[in-house]
Design a protein around this ligand. Sequence first.
Ligand code: TRP
Length: 334
Amino acid sequence: MEASEARKTLFSGIQPSGSITLGNYIGALRNFVLLSEQYDCLFCVVDLHALTVRQDPAALRRNTLSLAALYIAAGLDPEKNLIYCQSHVPEHAELAWILNCFTYMGELSRMTQFKDKSARHQDNINAGLFTYPSLMAADILLYQTHLVPVGADQKQHLELTRDIATRMNGLYPGLFVVPEPYIPKTSARIMSLSEPTRKMSKSDAEDSYIAVLDPPDVIRRKFRRAVTDSETEIRFDPENKPGVSNLLSILAALDAITPEEEAAKLQGLQYGALKEAASEAVIAALSPIQERYQALMGDKQYIQDILKANAERAHYLAQKTLRKVYKKLGLYQL
Ligand code: TRP
């Protein structure tokens, strides 16, 4: 990574807080593989972020290893990309503190995700939930990142990251690279199967999402139960036919055509056929990943070795930025 100075840096993170969904795969993981050809990439398991809501310790440990394996199984080469765990590189939390001192309460209060999450977890509106965006900014700025692939729901956090970087560059010229968001061109929003007007989310009921690790029979069952509508026409119309349109979007994303083209292909068929086509396309896309995943999970030592080696490489890069920040801000250097 250090050798190819000309290449730009890309950073992205996923929380190890449950199953990775088909939505995460189509919207994020799949694009990472393409992007990793052009950028020096860091793919982080953001376990510190996961702590902003209560986690079962054993499940968190399991999910962390599982997510690292999934990054690799999805096709990200751990020799060419830094796949590592956030808490293994202490500079993330250290830089987050500094950034907190340059982030305003007013900015953090305006974050939609904070407002949503604090409404949903009224019993645990902790300070970590509030400062979540400054930790995310630290993840990104620590590596002088140029590009951050994000879904629509994280755009506001990235805007804030840019504001913090720009503000600090104003005070301390040349401190940070100001990162750009990368919104994939085919940014299909994958919706819940049971409530297709809401985003597919791993924190909702099991039947509402497809997990990347769901076996074929479970995938078929979930699609069979997917909510459609009382008409019979297969037409892409998210406004009036959210369920059918979602199935078309999923198919289209996997076939690399538009949902309208997908609808034309299925013209005259029944909803059952659409569901069947979607199941089979998803199974075909996920099975090779699942096979690699199972093989990797059979060799935990290998994944641990990768995480360790990559955390060391990340630590080296992170230290460079953190030292620069401490120095420019006037923290006494020995
Ligand atoms: N907040 C992101 C999410 O929930 C995860 C994340 C943490 C992230 N740090 C990041 C994403 C840095 C991109 C870059 O989806």
